[in-house]
Design a protein around this ligand. Structure first.
Ligand SMILES: C[S@@+](CC[C@H](N)C(=O)[O-])C[C@H]1O[C@@H](n2cnc3c(N)ncnc32)[C@H](O)[C@@H]1O
Length: 197
């Protein structure tokens, strides 16, 4: 297996527990590989994952981070977090929060603390709501990564209002000044990477 093909060491066990829990919303492997590469570009970086799920995305992020980097990740579902905690609490680089994403972003966006070098927006708050708050937390040169934007039919099980919300989100993100954009809407589950200028 090449280095590129390697998966985070924790991922097999996370996937087993995830299946047992019946959770089906973990990030796709291609997105995980993208996240791993992006955080590797920010040594000593500070990262945020909105929507921990059972910790699959977290595993990819941690795999790309150096020893001086830090990751905050949050979810409002204690069952999901239980799995993520089981596999990640031993890693001192990550802090897992049980919190509502909207409330958490509201608090952080108004304090004067440092921002983030990458935010992976993988739940409603920070994506379909509280978008201004999430974007305000991305430092210059930092990434805002959002997935599940595919207009495709692999996603036909998604309700119509989700598709409309995705369209509105994409046009909102495309209209904002001060950002470079890498649209990968036809790749994997549909991804948009924004880089703050
Ligand atoms: C797509 S999954 C996250 C998957 C994870 N990032 C990964 O890569 O494996 C979305 C998660 O958002 C959580 N969630 C939903 N509403 C939320 C909210 N208001 N605040 C925080 N988390 C929320 C769900 O419990 C779910 O675990």
């Amino acid at each position: 297996m090449t280095a590129t093909q390697q998966r985070p060491l924790t991922l097999d066990a996370i996937e087993t527990d995830t299946e047992r829990l019946g959770f089906t919303m973990s990030c796709e492997e291609a997105v995980g590989r993208l996240l791993r590469a992006l955080v590797a570009a920010k040594p000593g970086g500070h990262f945020l994952e909105l929507g921990t799920g059972t910790g699959a995305g977290t595993a990819w992020l941690l795999a790309g981070m150096d020893d001086h980097s830090r990751l905050d990740t949050l979810d409002n579902d204690p069952a999901c977090l239980g799995v993520a905690r089981r596999h990640h609490t031993a890693d001192p680089r990550v802090t897992l929060y049980e919190a509502d994403g909207g409330a958490w972003l509201g608090d952080r966006a108004t304090d004067d603390g440092p921002g983030y070098d990458l935010i992976f927006a993988d739940t409603g708050p920070g994506k379909f709501t509280h978008l201004d708050e999430a974007l305000s937390l991305v430092d210059r040169g930092g990434f805002y990564v959002v997935d599940d934007l595919a207009r495709q039919p692999a996603r036909t099980t998604l309700p119509e209002d989700h598709c409309l919300a995705v369209e509105a989100l994409i046009s909102d993100l495309e209209s904002r000044a001060g950002w470079e954009r890498l649209p990968l809407l036809g790749w994997s589950c549909g991804v948009l990477v924004m880089v703050r200028r």
